[in-house]
Design a protein around this ligand. Structure first.
Ligand SMILES: [Zn+2]
Length: 198
């Protein structure tokens, strides 16, 4: 078992169930050669979601919520992914979104007290909205655990892979220094040479 979308890019994986947020972000098309956008088709989006929820279930040792994704839901999810990407410092999406942008800045959730007296949060809603609820719960937990700021979009705007920065001072900028960092250094070097030319 693995977070299948993130595993395609061979990057640092976010801890525990927070990796669900990263996995959604990494359904995008990136890398060399370019991998498929897993949300491009309903079939691949559903397959990804089933695997991601199974992995999430294993991470939290609880049953995953049942989420049925339909075609309008897939389109909403694409827009949610784009907005999430901007939230973690990624570039604004260039593709025009089809239809209205979903209200991603709020979602319903259910609070309850479990048998051990602990307050728990459960996602609510149906379809893609239930998934967004779960994504926001994971984001809330990560922010409280001070891990949110370590989830980053690669600074190479043409790349966009999401990695979890495990460096001591949280200074990572590239999903892979050798791939995207070097390209940026070469570009900066060329720009300097041009600037210095008479
Ligand atoms: Zn990159």
């Amino acid at each position: 078992m693995a977070w299948t979308a993130t595993a395609r890019y061979d990057v640092g994986v976010a801890p525990g169930s927070f990796a669900l947020v990263q996995d959604l972000l990494n359904t995008l098309s990136a890398g060399k050669p370019r991998k498929d956008d897993l949300l491009a088709e309903l079939d691949s989006a559903r397959s990804w979601l089933d695997l991601a929820l199974a992995e999430w279930s294993q991470a939290v040792d609880r049953d995953a919520p049942e989420i049925d994704l339909d075609e309008p839901g897939r389109e909403q999810l694409l827009a949610v992914r784009d907005q999430l990407h901007v939230l973690i410092g990624g570039a604004q999406p260039t593709a025009e979104l089809d239809g209205s942008v979903p209200v991603f800045d709020s979602a319903d959730a259910r609070l309850f007290v479990d048998a051990d007296g602990l307050v728990r949060v459960e996602p609510s809603g149906t379809g893609w909205q239930r998934l967004v609820s779960l994504i926001l719960i994971e984001t809330l937990d990560a922010q409280r655990a001070n891990q949110w700021r370590r989830l980053k979009a690669c600074r190479n705007s043409r790349c966009g892979v999401t990695f979890f920065d495990r460096s001591k001072n949280n200074s990572g900028a590239w999903h892979d220094v050798r791939v995207c960092g070097n390209v940026a250094n070469v570009r900066a070097h060329r720009a300097r040479v041009r600037a210095e030319a008479p």
